[in-house]
Design a protein. Structure first.
Length: 482
């Protein structure tokens, strides 16, 4: 479209700069704190640094490259959209995406100054949804057609997420505008409370145990499993940058089985149940940076499928870097699980902060949760320089007995949690500092906490149960070294 604004391409340097994390500036500000490295000696007597798990981070980030798009723009108003907040623009969005795709890709532009009401938006290869104004998502469930999705870790056919792509390459949502899910105004909150969705949730779990083909697990219209906000499923080269998300119906940022994912400088505001900030699920090479999560549930939470169905798909979430984010929400800030049955490995979280939100206080700073139905292995969770508080429930918590009374079907398959290291965790205010609650049949293994300080803890007791090879070095709770 001639006359449309020229879109700036997102180079990796641009994204890092926008997030305030160029290495030189960060080092000057004292943000990038590298723990002292131990040394070993070679056969010739030369002292060399010991290998560190953190050595993988620059390698992972070197692989993650945000997609770029042709410099051509498709303003949705040219396809019939009206920014009055009342006119249904679903067809206009579809036409703009189709035109962009036909032209070889580019930017579908939501112009500034308008509020555009729509149902589900489906993206295609090489399409960037560039939001400068406001997108308001309809509260009419009929506007979200049936698509292949994952609901709390189980594959099924369900309502389309508000923004969705399946099996696409080079997809993005960027800009400085707002995506408003209008969640509190829709039916979704009622589904998440008072047991209204329990029949559907029970049915879906039983179908997974019974081996029903996922394409025949039909939910959507007439059922009560709310859709995610942005879900890119089996996509490659994903970018979500700069936008504001608010009032989701379910999980907010939910890439599934995707590769090369960048989520940067996004502001998420959500309230209610099951409204996590960012849920990379069974993804590989993910960078979450410079974001703010003021959420009614977990902040950044790593997942890989639930129970029988998660093990059937069997794809771990791996090589995830979480840095320079701000957490204001509820439940865990840096979280793994509880849907981790496909496995989780190589997660690195550094230089993040926790603060009290406008109406919520974070429950846990670092939270790893699973139970004896999940199976799967959590291997290699590395957190350093996480500071803030207060925490409403605790500081660092590994819970392998999570929600054992909740819904669940299938055989007992004990998960594994191992190789977890925490360095520079500084938390002011919580009921407890550290609790490791392992499974009697599958102990937590190899946990190291170093250079960490917990002040104003209601209890100075550190609880370790069913955990082997746990080491604390220079860890203080209420002024006492443990």
């Amino acid at each position: 479209m001639k006359g449309a604004p020229r879109m700036r391409q997102h180079s990796r340097r641009d994204l890092l700069k926008a997030g305030g994390i160029l290495a030189g500036a960060a080092a000057t500000a004292g943000l990038l704190v590298e723990p002292a490295r131990a040394f070993t000696r070679t056969a010739s007597g030369l002292a060399v640094p010991k290998a560190s798990a953190w050595d993988q981070v620059p390698v992972i980030l070197g692989r993650i490259k945000p997609p770029t798009f042709p410099n051509q723009n498709f303003d949705i108003t040219a396809y019939g959209a009206k920014g009055d907040g009342k006119t249904d623009c679903t067809t206009a969005f579809a036409k703009a995406v189709a035109a962009c795709t036909k032209a070889g890709g580019g930017h579908v532009v939501v112009p500034a100054g308008g509020s555009f009401l729509t149902g589900a938006i489906h993206l295609d290869d090489n399409v960037d949804l560039h939001v400068l104004g406001t997108i308001k998502f309809s509260t009419d469930t009929r506007k979200y057609p049936l698509v292949f999705s994952r609901w709390q870790g189980i594959e099924c056919m369900n309502y389309s997420p508000f923004v969705y792509a399946f099996g696409k390459t080079n997809v993005a949502v960027t800009g400085t505008g707002t995506l408003d899910g209008q969640g509190p105004s829709g039916p979704w909150p009622g589904w998440a409370s008072n047991g209204n969705r329990d029949n559907d949730w029970t049915k879906l779990q039983q179908q997974a145990v019974d081996g029903v083909d996922p394409s025949k697990r039909i939910f959507g219209q007439g059922h009560k499993l709310a859709p995610s906000f942005i879900q890119f499923y089996r996509c490659t080269n994903v970018l979500i940058d700069g936008v504001h998300l608010k009032n989701s119906a379910m999980w907010n940022l939910h890439p599934v089985l995707s590769k090369n994912v960048t989520i940067s400088n996004v502001n998420v505001f959500s309230r209610g149940a099951t409204v996590d900030g960012c849920d990379p699920e069974a993804c590989t090479d993910v960078h979450v940076t410079g974001c703010t999560f003021d959420t009614g549930d977990d902040g950044v939470v790593i997942k890989s499928g639930r129970d029988v169905d998660g093990r059937r798909v069997g794809v771990p979430c791996a090589n995830v870097v979480i840095e320079h984010n701000r957490f204001l929400g509820r439940w865990g800030a840096i979280t793994v699980g509880s849907e981790m049955s496909g496995g989780v490995k190589n997660v690195f979280a550094q230089n993040n902060t926790i603060a009290k939100g406008s109406s919520y206080t974070s429950f846990y700073a670092v939270y790893i949760k699973t139970n004896n139905r999940r199976g799967g292995t959590v291997d290699g969770i590395h957190v350093r320089n996480l500071t803030g508080g207060p925490e409403a429930k605790g500081g660092f918590f590994i819970d392998m007995n999570y929600s054992l009374t909740g819904p669940g079907f299938g055989p007992i398959v004990h998960p594994k949690v191992q190789n977890v290291d925490i360095d520079g965790l500084v938390i002011d205010g919580a009921p407890f500092a550290i609790k490791l609650s392992g499974d009697s049949a599958s102990h937590i293994r190899n946990v190291t906490v170093t250079n960490s300080t917990f002040t104003n803890m209601a209890s100075s007791t550190v609880s370790v149960k069913n955990a082997d090879n746990v080491t604390f070095t220079n860890v203080k709770v209420n002024g006492k070294t443990i």
